[in-house]
Design a protein around this ligand. Sequence first.
Ligand code: ARG
Length: 459
Amino acid sequence: TANEMWGGRFAAGPAAIMEEINASIGFDKRMYAQDIAGSKAHCAMLVKQGILSEADGTAITQGLDKVLAEIEAGAFEFKASLEDIHMNVEARLKELIGEPAGRLHTARSRNDQVATDFRLWLRDAIDGLEAQLKTLHRALIDKADKHADVVMPGFTHLQSAQPVTFGHHLLAYVEMIGRDRGRLADCRKRLNECPLGAAALAGTSFPTDRHATAQMLGFDGPTHNSMDSVAARDFAMEFLAAASITAVHLSRLAEEIVIWASQQFNFVHLTDAFTTGSSIMPQKKNPDAAELIRAKPGRIIGSLNALLIVMKGLPMTYGKDMQEDKEVTFDAADNLSLAVAAMAGMVEDMEPNKESMRAALVDGFPTATDLADWLVRVLGLPFRDAHHVTGSLVALAEKQGVTLDALSLADMQTVEPRITDDVFSVLSADASVNSRTSFGGTAPANVKAAASAARERFL
Ligand code: ARG
């Protein structure tokens, strides 16, 4: 049988495979609440403008509320033959209220409808993520504050570089998450314009008030060009780009947690709450949550890639290609949400193992830079010369199999005769971190101040 929406031009229904490839209801039913909210706002605007009678408006609004209640009660039958959420809702509305249902689609199209629903959905998703990221932020800041003075090796190239504090290390992620939240907020701001009323692509001859519809739906205003309104998906691409960057940041922290929790490092302890066992090896406690977070960029960047490729080269305006925008976006939003929540839990759970961190400072001469700096400050050597002298002292210590502070003064003086006893004051890891008082540096007092500043900035 011909389609009930466009049956006028059609004598027969679609092939089964046509229906299958065409239908989006399997995934776009997630936007039911946004679809109904959009329809109610559109209906109210039509009544306000005298395009629809009060009586029809009331019937439609009450009918839509009923549809919403049915969906929320799980009593709604979604039909693939009705393609998508928009037609499923409208068809049910017609069953419920009859003729007035057919007037709702005046001065709109599914093209502006779906663009509106999708923006509304994404706006909610961003708000949800923002709340979760704030929770993660709090967990990181609290932990950093608590361990502002726990000394550990800082790494470059995953080689011991200079001593830092665990709190300082965590605050690096606080900065990243801060920018991630900023990117999502920017995305939200740009997407918050309402396409509804652009109709198919050219606008409408009905005396609509698009500003009113936009306002009712909490948008900052209507989109400015009817063609762009139905053709644009950069709001979703921008979201996916921001989500990808966030996922990459989470995966870097996840990887560090995997490394830190290994027996070889043993820098942090995760409780049973954030580890899993092995079916064969009884001793195991694996950091599976961290590994899954490490993996999430695979699908999230994949989603960004997928949508960029779908949109690339699409001519104006709407094309059914664009129906492919939703599954990838939903998947990315769901998985990012999961990753952020799991990371927040894991950060709260994780405790540093101070002894292991301190023991690791024995390897790799992490205070070599402090020694070079002492040669500059006290002996007045140019930094390049100091670097060279220190390199020779490191080679000497390596040969003797000792740390820099275990070299005798006499041995040091064989390399640079002007070195005095005072040099030992800068060779401990504690002295090193305490001296790093430059703005943004790792001195525990700085870290304490940075943590409270972060509280002000981000919480
Ligand atoms: N299900 C469609 C989508 O997700 C809705 C818009 C359909 N518009 C159209 N002219 N076929 O993109």
